[in-house]
Design a protein around this ligand. Structure first.
Ligand SMILES: Nc1ncnc2c1ncn2[C@@H]1O[C@H](COP(=O)(O)OP(=O)(O)OP(=O)(O)O)[C@@H](O)[C@H]1O
Ligand SMILES: [Mg+2]
Length: 325
């Protein structure tokens, strides 16, 4: 059963003390990356709405030109379809840079426009009061393209990097362009999503290395759509075999048929605290906010894995992968 959901009402709220702990709100900037089709958009939406329900102010950035995040967040279809991405908002590009998209060549335009107003003007309020900003095509068509829309997007990224007291989650396109263009610069965490395939993990390892080159402090692996313990274990073994272990924590999310059934929206899962994803999602949020739920009930022990649906959180220690909760 997949219902459409009401949009939330916007109101000013702040991160709740129960999650604040030792995490400073300005640390909470998460870029979600990984191979195509592994669940990046679904996870970004799940994180965004869960955090919003825990009283965080949430800004969700859609940096994938496919623009799936509005649907995943549960924005009504007709509203999602009507959204114009920032890069194609010719009037705004012109207002801020002095030139319209496509007019950049040979014209003068402002390279560092003031875009402090961008979220207030173009942010859409999605359910659970998540603010959504659809960026559009953030990947340069050619190296060194100095067109007005790229100048605008670069300025927007900088403006967003200065925002405080907000959880900022960015969904990206498959591939690594967001690292190359430094779109992800200034992010505190990278959540690298993989499925249980060899290729998924290779992409994840590469993404993790690029994230560490950008000095992203927390790099977390989420092994998604795990159907059975054997798949999860195989992925862990491959990870160990890869030698250098670039992740600060490893999480798994079970395959959940209801996600598939209700796509593109994740709303029904958010509203069902008994769904299989709820516990693992909470554990991931706990890691991101540096909040440890020790009562989670997972026996400590090296690489111990029970069922794929059990809560599994691995934290990097000196030399090994060990299970901490
Ligand atoms: N844990 C899961 N269980 C079941 N289905 C899932 C799970 N995670 C994601 N899916 C499904 O997998 C499909 C792809 O998910 P999603 O669009 O989130 O991936 P993506 O990485 O953003 O893809 P793209 O690279 O195209 O942007 C969707 O149909 C989604 O519902
Ligand atoms: Mg996606």
């Amino acid at each position: 059963m997949c219902e459409s959901h009401q949009e939330g009402h916007e109101h000013d709220h702040h991160h709740g003390p129960e999650l604040a702990n030792n995490a400073r709100p300005e640390d909470f900037r998460v870029v979600v990356t990984g191979k195509g089709g592994v669940g990046k958009t679904s996870l970004t939406a799940l994180l965004a709405r869960s955090l919003a329900r825990q009283s965080w102010r949430v800004l969700a950035l859609d940096a994938d030109p496919q623009m799936n995040l509005p649907y995943a967040l549960g924005l009504p279809t007709e509203r999602a379809r009507a959204l114009v991405p920032l890069s194609e908002n010719a009037d705004y590009v012109e207002e801020k840079t002095g030139a319209r998209p496509g007019q950049g060549w040979g014209l003068f335009f402002r390279l560092n426009p003031d875009v402090d107003d961008v979220v207030e003007r173009f942010g859409v309020v999605a359910p659970d009061t998540v603010r959504l900003l659809v960026m559009g095509n953030t990947v340069q068509p050619a190296a060194g393209c100095l067109c007005p829309e790229n100048a605008l997007l670069a300025a927007v990224v900088n403006a967003i990097a200065l925002r405080q007291d907000e959880a900022i989650l960015m969904d990206t396109q498959a591939g690594f362009e967001h690292f190359g263009r430094a779109l992800a610069r200034g992010f505190r965490h990278a959540v690298v999503v993989t499925d249980t395939t060899f290729n998924g993990l290779q992409v994840a390892l590469h993404a993790a290395r690029l994230a560490s080159e950008l000095d992203i402090g927390g790099i977390h692996l989420v092994i998604n759509s795990v159907r059975e313990a054997a798949d999860f274990e195989r992925t862990l073994e491959r990870l160990q075999a890869a030698g250098d272990f670039p992740f600060d924590s490893i999480h798994s999310l079970p395959y959940d048929e209801s996600l598939r059934r209700c796509e593109p929206s994740i709303a029904p899962l958010i509203e069902d605290p008994t769904c299989t994803i709820a516990g693992p999602l909470e554990a991931l949020i706990g890691t991101l906010t540096r909040h440890r739920t020790d009562e989670a009930g997972m026996a400590a022990g090296q690489g111990s894995v029970r069922r794929p649906s059990t809560l599994q959180v691995y934290e990097k220690t000196e030399e090994t992968v060990s299970c901490v909760s």
